[in-house]
Write a protein that binds this ligand. Sequence first.
Ligand SMILES: NC(=O)c1ccc[n+]([C@@H]2O[C@H](COP(=O)([O-])OP(=O)(O)OC[C@H]3O[C@@H](n4cnc5c(N)ncnc54)[C@H](OP(=O)(O)O)[C@@H]3O)[C@@H](O)[C@H]2O)c1
Length: 237
Amino acid sequence: MMTNKTLLLTGASRGIGAATVRRFVSADNGYGQLALLARASDDFDQLIKTLEADNPHNKTLLPFEVDLGDTEALIDTVAAVHRATGGVDMLVNNAGYTAPAAIQQSELADFERTMSVNLYAPFILVRELLRAGNHFDLIVNIASTAGLHGRAGWLTYSASKAALINMSEVMKEELKIYGTRVACLAPGRCATALRSKLAPEEDPSTIMQPEHVAQIVEFLTTDASRLIDSERLVVKL
Ligand SMILES: NC(=O)c1ccc[n+]([C@@H]2O[C@H](COP(=O)([O-])OP(=O)(O)OC[C@H]3O[C@@H](n4cnc5c(N)ncnc54)[C@H](OP(=O)(O)O)[C@@H]3O)[C@@H](O)[C@H]2O)c1
Protein backbone atom coordinates (compact mmCIF):
# COMPACT_ATOMS: atom_id res chain seq x y z
CA MET A 1 0.00 0.00 0.00
CA MET A 2 1.16 3.58 -0.69
CA THR A 3 2.30 5.20 2.55
CA ASN A 4 2.02 8.87 1.74
CA LYS A 5 -0.43 10.07 4.36
CA THR A 6 0.31 11.91 7.59
CA LEU A 7 -1.26 11.38 11.00
CA LEU A 8 -0.98 13.99 13.75
CA LEU A 9 -1.93 12.66 17.18
CA THR A 10 -1.90 14.39 20.57
CA GLY A 11 -1.41 12.59 23.87
CA ALA A 12 0.90 10.09 22.17
CA SER A 13 2.97 9.19 25.24
CA ARG A 14 0.58 6.87 27.10
CA GLY A 15 -2.80 5.17 27.24
CA ILE A 16 -5.12 5.38 24.24
CA GLY A 17 -2.72 7.64 22.32
CA ALA A 18 0.27 5.29 22.68
CA ALA A 19 -1.92 2.30 21.74
CA THR A 20 -3.08 4.16 18.62
CA VAL A 21 0.49 5.00 17.60
CA ARG A 22 1.53 1.34 18.06
CA ARG A 23 -1.34 0.32 15.79
CA PHE A 24 -0.47 2.84 13.10
CA VAL A 25 3.21 1.79 13.19
CA SER A 26 2.43 -1.91 12.82
CA ALA A 27 -0.36 -1.50 10.19
CA ASP A 28 0.19 -1.19 6.45
CA ASN A 29 -2.54 1.46 6.31
CA GLY A 30 -1.26 4.25 4.05
CA TYR A 31 -0.04 6.48 6.91
CA GLY A 32 3.72 6.81 6.40
CA GLN A 33 4.38 9.86 8.59
CA LEU A 34 3.31 9.97 12.22
CA ALA A 35 3.63 13.33 13.99
CA LEU A 36 3.27 12.72 17.71
CA LEU A 37 2.64 15.30 20.42
CA ALA A 38 3.12 15.04 24.19
CA ARG A 39 5.11 16.77 26.90
CA ALA A 40 8.70 15.67 27.44
CA SER A 41 8.76 12.50 29.57
CA ASP A 42 10.57 9.18 29.97
CA ASP A 43 7.37 7.44 28.79
CA PHE A 44 7.41 9.42 25.55
CA ASP A 45 11.16 8.85 24.93
CA GLN A 46 10.81 5.15 25.66
CA LEU A 47 7.80 4.75 23.38
CA ILE A 48 9.61 6.40 20.45
CA LYS A 49 12.71 4.21 21.02
CA THR A 50 10.60 1.04 21.14
CA LEU A 51 8.68 1.97 18.00
CA GLU A 52 11.85 2.87 16.08
CA ALA A 53 13.33 -0.51 16.99
CA ASP A 54 10.27 -2.36 15.66
CA ASN A 55 9.05 -0.41 12.64
CA PRO A 56 8.09 -3.02 10.00
CA HIS A 57 6.89 -0.49 7.38
CA ASN A 58 9.67 2.08 7.97
CA LYS A 59 7.25 4.77 9.00
CA THR A 60 8.62 8.23 9.79
CA LEU A 61 8.14 9.08 13.47
CA LEU A 62 8.19 12.77 14.29
CA PRO A 63 7.90 13.46 18.03
CA PHE A 64 7.11 17.03 19.17
CA GLU A 65 7.27 17.96 22.85
CA VAL A 66 4.73 20.57 23.88
CA ASP A 67 2.41 21.44 26.73
CA LEU A 68 -1.02 21.77 25.11
CA GLY A 69 -2.01 24.21 27.85
CA ASP A 70 0.62 26.67 26.56
CA THR A 71 -1.15 28.36 23.64
CA GLU A 72 1.89 30.18 22.22
CA ALA A 73 4.03 27.03 22.34
CA LEU A 74 1.21 25.05 20.72
CA ILE A 75 0.87 27.54 17.86
CA ASP A 76 4.66 27.33 17.25
CA THR A 77 4.49 23.53 17.36
CA VAL A 78 1.65 23.37 14.84
CA ALA A 79 3.74 25.49 12.46
CA ALA A 80 6.72 23.17 13.01
CA VAL A 81 4.53 20.10 12.36
CA HIS A 82 3.20 21.62 9.15
CA ARG A 83 6.75 22.47 7.95
CA ALA A 84 8.10 19.03 8.84
CA THR A 85 5.25 16.99 7.37
CA GLY A 86 4.08 19.13 4.44
CA GLY A 87 0.48 18.68 5.64
CA VAL A 88 -1.72 16.64 7.96
CA ASP A 89 -4.31 14.22 6.52
CA MET A 90 -5.65 12.86 9.80
CA LEU A 91 -5.68 14.68 13.14
CA VAL A 92 -6.51 12.80 16.34
CA ASN A 93 -7.20 15.13 19.25
CA ASN A 94 -6.65 12.55 21.95
CA ALA A 95 -4.80 14.27 24.82
CA GLY A 96 -6.88 14.73 27.93
CA TYR A 97 -6.50 16.10 31.44
CA THR A 98 -8.58 15.86 34.58
CA ALA A 99 -8.31 16.59 38.28
CA PRO A 100 -11.66 15.44 39.69
CA ALA A 101 -12.99 17.48 42.62
CA ALA A 102 -16.25 18.31 44.37
CA ILE A 103 -17.75 21.61 43.14
CA GLN A 104 -16.89 23.52 46.31
CA GLN A 105 -13.27 22.34 46.11
CA SER A 106 -12.83 23.11 42.40
CA GLU A 107 -10.45 25.93 41.50
CA LEU A 108 -11.07 28.13 38.48
CA ALA A 109 -7.40 27.78 37.46
CA ASP A 110 -7.83 24.03 37.23
CA PHE A 111 -11.06 24.40 35.25
CA GLU A 112 -9.15 26.68 32.86
CA ARG A 113 -6.35 24.11 32.52
CA THR A 114 -8.91 21.37 31.78
CA MET A 115 -10.54 23.50 29.11
CA SER A 116 -7.14 24.42 27.64
CA VAL A 117 -6.02 20.83 27.17
CA ASN A 118 -9.39 19.18 26.37
CA LEU A 119 -11.11 21.89 24.32
CA TYR A 120 -8.95 24.86 23.33
CA ALA A 121 -6.01 22.75 22.14
CA PRO A 122 -8.16 20.77 19.64
CA PHE A 123 -9.59 24.09 18.42
CA ILE A 124 -6.12 25.68 18.08
CA LEU A 125 -4.72 22.66 16.23
CA VAL A 126 -7.56 22.72 13.69
CA ARG A 127 -7.58 26.52 13.34
CA GLU A 128 -3.82 26.87 12.88
CA LEU A 129 -3.63 24.07 10.33
CA LEU A 130 -6.57 25.55 8.36
CA ARG A 131 -4.81 28.92 8.44
CA ALA A 132 -1.71 27.21 7.02
CA GLY A 133 -3.86 25.96 4.11
CA ASN A 134 -4.03 22.37 5.39
CA HIS A 135 -6.73 20.11 3.97
CA PHE A 136 -7.74 17.38 6.41
CA ASP A 137 -9.25 14.11 5.28
CA LEU A 138 -10.30 13.22 8.80
CA ILE A 139 -10.39 14.76 12.26
CA VAL A 140 -11.07 12.48 15.24
CA ASN A 141 -11.84 14.14 18.55
CA ILE A 142 -11.71 11.91 21.62
CA ALA A 143 -14.45 13.05 23.99
CA SER A 144 -15.97 10.81 26.67
CA THR A 145 -19.26 9.33 27.82
CA ALA A 146 -18.78 11.85 30.68
CA GLY A 147 -19.49 14.53 28.06
CA LEU A 148 -22.82 12.90 27.21
CA HIS A 149 -23.96 12.55 30.84
CA GLY A 150 -22.64 14.73 33.68
CA ARG A 151 -20.91 12.80 36.48
CA ALA A 152 -20.79 13.84 40.15
CA GLY A 153 -17.29 14.95 41.11
CA TRP A 154 -16.16 15.41 37.50
CA LEU A 155 -17.63 18.85 36.73
CA THR A 156 -14.66 20.36 34.88
CA TYR A 157 -13.91 17.19 32.89
CA SER A 158 -17.56 16.47 31.99
CA ALA A 159 -18.13 20.08 30.91
CA SER A 160 -14.97 20.13 28.75
CA LYS A 161 -15.98 16.89 27.00
CA ALA A 162 -19.59 18.06 26.44
CA ALA A 163 -18.16 21.17 24.78
CA LEU A 164 -15.78 19.04 22.69
CA ILE A 165 -18.75 16.97 21.44
CA ASN A 166 -20.57 20.13 20.42
CA MET A 167 -17.43 21.63 18.85
CA SER A 168 -17.01 18.45 16.80
CA GLU A 169 -20.53 18.91 15.38
CA VAL A 170 -19.64 22.46 14.34
CA MET A 171 -16.40 21.26 12.73
CA LYS A 172 -18.26 18.47 10.96
CA GLU A 173 -20.74 20.92 9.43
CA GLU A 174 -18.26 23.67 8.66
CA LEU A 175 -15.46 21.55 7.17
CA LYS A 176 -17.73 19.42 4.95
CA ILE A 177 -17.05 21.75 2.04
CA TYR A 178 -13.37 20.74 2.13
CA GLY A 179 -14.26 17.03 2.08
CA THR A 180 -13.15 16.69 5.71
CA ARG A 181 -14.85 14.07 7.86
CA VAL A 182 -15.07 14.81 11.58
CA ALA A 183 -15.66 11.95 14.01
CA CYS A 184 -16.15 12.32 17.72
CA LEU A 185 -15.60 9.26 19.90
CA ALA A 186 -17.06 9.03 23.37
CA PRO A 187 -15.18 6.21 25.09
CA GLY A 188 -16.44 4.69 28.30
CA ARG A 189 -14.09 3.56 31.06
CA CYS A 190 -10.73 2.46 29.72
CA ALA A 191 -7.70 1.20 31.64
CA THR A 192 -5.29 4.17 31.59
CA ALA A 193 -3.62 6.59 34.03
CA LEU A 194 -6.45 9.09 33.51
CA ARG A 195 -9.08 6.50 34.43
CA SER A 196 -7.26 5.52 37.60
CA LYS A 197 -7.37 9.20 38.65
CA LEU A 198 -11.15 9.20 38.13
CA ALA A 199 -11.77 5.77 39.68
CA PRO A 200 -8.80 4.80 41.87
CA GLU A 201 -10.55 1.76 43.39
CA GLU A 202 -11.35 0.06 40.08
CA ASP A 203 -9.51 -3.05 38.85
CA PRO A 204 -8.16 -2.01 35.39
CA SER A 205 -8.21 -5.59 34.12
CA THR A 206 -12.05 -5.60 34.28
CA ILE A 207 -12.61 -2.68 31.89
CA MET A 208 -11.94 -1.71 28.24
CA GLN A 209 -8.25 -1.57 27.25
CA PRO A 210 -6.55 1.26 25.29
CA GLU A 211 -6.00 -1.11 22.33
CA HIS A 212 -9.77 -1.43 21.89
CA VAL A 213 -10.18 2.31 21.37
CA ALA A 214 -7.08 2.38 19.13
CA GLN A 215 -8.73 -0.26 16.93
CA ILE A 216 -11.77 1.98 16.47
CA VAL A 217 -9.59 5.01 15.66
CA GLU A 218 -7.82 3.00 12.96
CA PHE A 219 -11.15 1.69 11.66
CA LEU A 220 -12.13 5.32 10.99
CA THR A 221 -9.46 5.43 8.24
CA THR A 222 -11.24 2.71 6.25
CA ASP A 223 -13.77 3.25 3.46
CA ALA A 224 -16.34 1.21 5.40
CA SER A 225 -16.26 3.73 8.23
CA ARG A 226 -17.70 6.39 5.90
CA LEU A 227 -21.00 4.50 6.19
CA ILE A 228 -21.43 5.14 9.90
CA ASP A 229 -22.63 8.31 11.54
CA SER A 230 -19.52 9.39 13.33
CA GLU A 231 -20.87 12.32 15.31
CA ARG A 232 -20.93 10.77 18.79
CA LEU A 233 -19.63 7.26 18.62
CA VAL A 234 -19.86 5.61 22.01
CA VAL A 235 -17.03 3.08 22.44
CA LYS A 236 -17.40 0.89 25.48
CA LEU A 237 -17.15 -2.66 26.73
N1 LIG B 1 -9.41 6.31 30.12
C1 LIG B 1 -10.71 6.49 30.09
O1 LIG B 1 -11.49 5.86 30.81
C2 LIG B 1 -11.28 7.49 29.12
C3 LIG B 1 -12.67 7.50 28.91
C4 LIG B 1 -13.20 8.42 28.04
C5 LIG B 1 -12.39 9.30 27.38
N2 LIG B 1 -11.04 9.29 27.59
C6 LIG B 1 -10.22 10.25 26.86
O2 LIG B 1 -9.23 9.56 26.13
C7 LIG B 1 -8.14 10.46 25.88
C8 LIG B 1 -6.83 9.76 26.22
O3 LIG B 1 -6.77 9.58 27.62
P1 LIG B 1 -6.15 8.28 28.32
O4 LIG B 1 -7.24 7.65 29.06
O5 LIG B 1 -5.35 7.53 27.35
O6 LIG B 1 -5.24 9.01 29.43
P2 LIG B 1 -3.67 8.97 29.80
O7 LIG B 1 -3.13 7.60 29.69
O8 LIG B 1 -3.59 9.70 31.08
O9 LIG B 1 -3.02 9.83 28.62
C9 LIG B 1 -3.30 11.20 28.50
C10 LIG B 1 -2.44 11.75 27.38
O10 LIG B 1 -2.71 13.16 27.26
C11 LIG B 1 -1.50 13.86 27.31
N3 LIG B 1 -1.60 15.16 27.97
C12 LIG B 1 -2.24 15.43 29.12
N4 LIG B 1 -2.04 16.73 29.46
C13 LIG B 1 -1.26 17.25 28.48
C14 LIG B 1 -0.71 18.53 28.24
N5 LIG B 1 -0.90 19.56 29.09
N6 LIG B 1 0.05 18.71 27.15
C15 LIG B 1 0.29 17.70 26.29
N7 LIG B 1 -0.21 16.47 26.44
C16 LIG B 1 -0.98 16.25 27.52
C17 LIG B 1 -0.57 12.97 28.12
O11 LIG B 1 0.77 13.27 27.76
P3 LIG B 1 1.87 13.74 28.84
O12 LIG B 1 2.93 12.69 28.72
O13 LIG B 1 2.27 15.06 28.28
O14 LIG B 1 1.22 13.80 30.18
C18 LIG B 1 -0.96 11.58 27.67
O15 LIG B 1 -0.29 11.22 26.48
C19 LIG B 1 -8.41 11.69 26.75
O16 LIG B 1 -8.95 12.72 25.96
C20 LIG B 1 -9.44 11.20 27.75
O17 LIG B 1 -10.22 12.24 28.25
C21 LIG B 1 -10.47 8.39 28.44
